[in-house]
Ligand binder design. Structure first.
Ligand SMILES: Nc1ncnc2c1ncn2[C@@H]1O[C@H](COP(=O)(O)OP(=O)(O)OP(=O)(O)O)[C@@H](O)[C@H]1O
Length: 933
């Protein structure tokens, strides 16, 4: 549901005043605020000085309770200068010491209403949470000190309000009170959930300071950054309601606007409650508040119900599946046992008693099977699921291959079509250029006087219905793929003659598509570069890795031999019952086992597997994609050029048409043609004598004057609407009346001209129409005829007015649709960007990892030459002990000390004699220089 932000204006009482001190009045009948300078500011609700708290609530805020209970977010924001009654309106005079409930402000009343509503739906589970924070500068402080608090009843909430009020900082702060309402209820097998929030923002005062802008001009801006930004957001959002809506709303430039994002241009149903002072000395502040409210009224919020459904049966289904699985396993166990028992019985190896037990067991099983129905084999459904999954995988793979083949074929066809299109475009433009030069004179002279009239937006009754092509682009603006629609529209351009506006729309779509395409191209290029770097790294380290692999393989073999010999020695020691040797070899065996594991892990680290191949494939796909995007860009650029040229030409043509001579402007071409015709046929006309002819001509001249006058009046109203003045209903109707009257005069002139030409239109009409009806018409008196005509005229105006409204609605829907499509497109694009960004990050992390691994391996294998034991080192006395470099630890090093490890290791690499070890339990590499010998 789309709703404009509602505004309410309350004038605060100021004690003793004389009439000359007051500059504001509230007109509650037509809901306007009248200023002393005779300006009127409309609002949805206006409250005069003596208005009580209860009226303010029931009129403007109480309706929001229903929205909240329905699951929509609602928001009340108070705005106004210091001391104008914002806090009083929201809370009341010092809530805790309020003498009576009649003084309670909007918040306590709202809470009471919510709890009353909750009682009406007893079948629902409700929960209410309250938060209250204040924003001082750019800091958010919790006024309740415990975040969100669940409240079971009204008095809980009131206690929290008292607590919060005692913590509010004086003056400087905005406060934001929120009530979150959660509800759940069961419908059949589903649970319905709704979560909605009511927020009440008490903004700091709107006082201003004088500043100089960049041009050295003096201007006033609100002292508070939050209010400053809110003003900017409101201005931007209200401008965004005009057709050019691609504005950036600076929500994130202050904490306040970030928190109020949903209230202005978001998904909440919002009421802006403005508090103003009536005093003349506060006029500037009052004017500021009212102007901001006027702008806010133009903002549209898209209010949605926050609901979701969960299925109770889901849990049950999971259990059923688990039970099925267990039953399936049991079924297998039983059949295995049966097989085993039958074999044992057949072999006759068991004693009699055991055989009896088995036969009892088999009987019981038979009984169970008899009890179970034929359809209840539990394993079936599980097997079936597996089969289906396997089948679907295969088919999807073959589909993917087919899809790829199709794509390459389509690419070729598209390239050929593109070439064909360019050559056709060239030919068409050559021919049309030739035609334009030949026909330009005749066309210009034939231009109708209605052109200017049409240019101003009025199409007349016959033109009031949009042609299919005009609506085509917007209606076909599918949210799924804007690029596809562009193509459709572009194709349409080749076959149908589009209007100027349609072409402009399509051009806009093409430009957007091109912009997005360009972003995608540069993004993909970045990703390709990162992947190429990774590939280069992998290739560079390939040799080191394979030599390390070889060394670790040798090491593993050696350790395996040592392990076996230790095993043999251990057996010997056991046989000779030499316990000292037995313990020694046992320890040796354990230590060797450890080392073997480590060496094997290190070996596996040196294996790249299919990594290179996969990366190569990945790169190939990305490059292919890039090619496609570039091709697409070229295509779009061709279209853009084509459309830009056509639009330029049409614009030129239109400006020429506008500068046509005054006669053409004011005379419909039909009439001109008829008049010309009448001149040629006049001499041969015998039925109309010269006197009558002159009389008819005189009448036509008079009619033309009236027509011109009507056109002039219509243009005046048009000029008003062009100067941003919103036409009222009466003016709109006048406009239609002028248009209709002009068309009627055209018809009369046509009629008179046909008489001049010797035709008898009345006779023709008689022949075509129902005789009875015509006779009745002729019998009507002049006055009756007038009344009848007037009635019909009014009916036509009514019809035109409703058709115009419908047209406006269509345009509105079109715009919304376009806006949504653009939004979806942007979201999709951003998602894509995020994905490719993640891909790049992964690739660059992989590269970093590869580089580090390379250094570690180079170092370790270098040491392997130096020392038979290779990966383990004794560090000497003290806190360091002999430790093996284990894979897990090595990877931890890379993770926890990304900066230090490679640098240290680089040093170690340059001096092959350096020792690498790990300080126990500290995940640290220690390098020790050893002598070159
Ligand atoms: N309609 C009213 N009826 C009675 N008293 C009022 C009314 N409006 C305001 N007041 C009183 O005026 C004083 C100032 O009002 P309040 O504190 O609500 O202003 P404010 O706009 O919140 O000011 P600030 O922005 O400085 O916080 C309070 O003492 C309040 O009780």
């Amino acid at each position: 549901m789309e709703f404009n932000i509602e505004t309410a204006v309350r004038i605060c009482p100021v004690g003793f005043t004389t009439p000359d001190m007051v500059c504001v009045q509230a007109n509650t009948i037509n809901n306007t605020i009248q200023l002393a300078n005779s300006q009127n500011y409309p609002a949805n609700y206006t409250f005069p000085i003596n208005c009580c708290q209860s009226t303010v609530f029931t009129t403007s805020v109480a309706p929001l309770v229903n929205y909240l209970v329905e699951g929509c977010d609602v928001s009340v924001v108070t705005l106004g200068q210091s001391g104008s009654g914002k806090s009083y309106t929201l809370l009341g005079p010092g809530f805790h010491c309020a003498s009576s409930e009649s003084e309670h402000g909007v918040i306590p009343r709202f809470i009471r209403e919510v709890f009353t509503k909750m009682k009406q739906y007893r079948d629902r589970n409700w929960s209410v949470h309250i938060t209250w924070s204040q924003i001082c500068g750019e800091n958010v402080q919790d006024l309740l000190g415990v975040g969100s608090v669940e409240c079971g009843n009204i008095s809980d909430v009131f206690q929290l309000i008292q607590l919060g009020m005692s913590n509010i900082a004086p003056k400087c702060a905005h406060t934001l009170f929120t009530l979150t309402l959660e509800q759940q209820w069961v419908v059949d097998t589903t649970v319905q959930h709704r979560v909605s929030t009511a927020s009440f923002a008490d903004l700091a005062s709107t006082e201003k300071v004088l500043v100089y802008d960049s041009n050295g001009m003096m201007q006033t801006i609100p002292t508070d950054l939050g209010i400053q930004t809110l003003q900017r957001c409101i201005m931007t959002l209200s401008e965004a309601c005009q057709p050019q809506y691609n504005h950036f709303v600076p929500y994130t430039q202050s904490v306040l606007t970030t928190l109020l994002k949903d209230s202005f241009g978001g998904r909440a149903k919002t009421l802006l409650l403005c508090c103003i002072s009536p005093l003349i000395q506060d006029f500037t502040e009052t004017l500021y508040t009212l102007q901001l409210a006027m702008r806010a009224q133009m903002i549209k919020n898209f209010v949605t119900v926050n609901s979701y459904t969960t299925f109770e049966s889901v849990q049950e289904n999971c259990d059923v599946f688990g039970l099925q699985f267990a039953a399936n396993q049991l079924f297998k166990l039983v059949s295995n046992a049966e097989e085993l028992f039958q074999r044992l019985v057949a072999n006759d190896v068991l004693p009699k008693t055991d055989q009896e037990l088995i036969s009892q067991w088999l009987m019981l099983k038979q009984e169970c099977e008899d009890c179970l129905s034929e359809n209840s084999e539990p394993h079936r459904s599980l097997e079936r699921i597996e089969e289906e999954i396997e089948g679907s995988c295969e088919s999807s793979e073959s589909e993917a291959i087919e899809e790829e083949e199709k794509e390459s074929l389509l690419d070729k066809v598209q390239a050929l079509m593109g070439d064909f299109r360019i050559s056709t475009d060239k030919l068409v433009s050559q021919v049309s250029a030739a035609n334009v030069s030949v026909n330009s004179c005749t066309k210009e002279s034939m231009t109708s006087s209605n052109n200017e009239y049409r240019m101003k937006g009025a199409r007349g009754r016959r033109g009031s219905i949009h042609s299919a092509e005009e609506f085509h682009p917007a209606l076909s603006l599918n949210t799924s793929k804007i690029s596809e629609e562009c193509e459709e529209n572009e194709k349409a351009m080749e076959t149908t003659a589009m209007s100027y506006e349609t072409k402009k729309k399509i051009l806009k779509q093409i430009v957007t598509a091109l912009e997005l395409n360009q972003k995608k191209i540069s993004d993909l290029e970045k990703t390709i570069r990162v992947k190429e770097n990774l590939m280069e790294s992998l290739l560079r380290h390939k040799d080191t890795k394979s030599s390390a692999h070889h060394k670790f393989e040798q090491k593993c073999q050696m350790l395996r031999k040592e392990y076996k010999s230790a095993e043999v020695k251990l057996i010997h020691a056991k046989q000779h019952k030499n316990h000292i040797l037995e313990a020694k070899y046992k320890n040796e065996k354990v230590a060797l086992e450890e080392k073997l594991k480590d060496a094997e892990s290190l070996k596996s680290m040196t294996e790249d597997g299919n990594k290179l191949l996969e990366l190569e494939n990945d790169l190939y796909t990305s490059k292919k994609q890039l090619e496609k995007l570039k091709k697409y860009k070229q295509q779009k650029e061709r279209y853009r050029y084509l459309y830009e040229r056509q639009i330029r030409e049409e614009k030129l043509k239109m400006s020429k048409e506008r500068s046509c001579d005054s006669f053409d402007k004011k005379t419909p071409d039909k009439i001109v043609a008829l008049l010309n015709k009448s001149n040629t046929t006049i001499n041969s006309n015998i039925s109309v004598n010269n006197e009558e002819l002159e009389c008819l001509r005189h009448e036509i001249r008079n009619l033309r004057k009236t027509r011109d006058y009507l056109l002039e009046m219509r243009c005046k109203i048009d000029v008003q609407s062009q100067n941003q003045k919103i036409l009222n209903d009466a003016e709109e109707r006048k406009l239609l009346q002028y248009e209709e009257a002009v068309e009627a005069i055209d018809l009369i002139m046509e009629y008179k001209n046909s008489i001049i030409c010797g035709h008898h239109p009345l006779k023709e009409l008689e022949e075509q129409s129902d005789r009875m009806l015509m006779e009745r018409f002729f019998k009507l008196s002049e006055n009756e005829m007038r009344i009848l005509l007037h009635r019909y005229f009014e009916k036509i105006i009514d019809l035109r007015s409703s058709s115009k409204k419908l047209e406006l609605q269509i345009v509105d829907i079109e715009n919304k649709h376009e806006k949504l499509a653009y939004y979806v497109l942007n979201l999709r694009h951003n998602l894509q960007l995020e994905r490719s960004d993640a891909e790049r990050r992964i690739a660059s992390l992989q590269k970093q990892h590869e580089d580090k691994l390379y250094r570690v391996l180079r170092n370790l294998t270098g040491e392997g030459n130096d020392n038979e034991r290779g990966v383990s080192r004794v560090i000497g006395p003290g806190r360091h002990s002999a430790l093996t470099v284990r894979v897990a630890e090595a990877s931890t090093i890379t993770r926890y000390h990304p900066g230090t490890v490679p640098v240290q290791l680089q040093g170690a690499v340059s001096q092959a004699q350096a020792k690498v070890t790990i300080e126990k339990n500290k995940h640290k590499i220690i390098l020790q220089k050893t002598s070159k010998s």
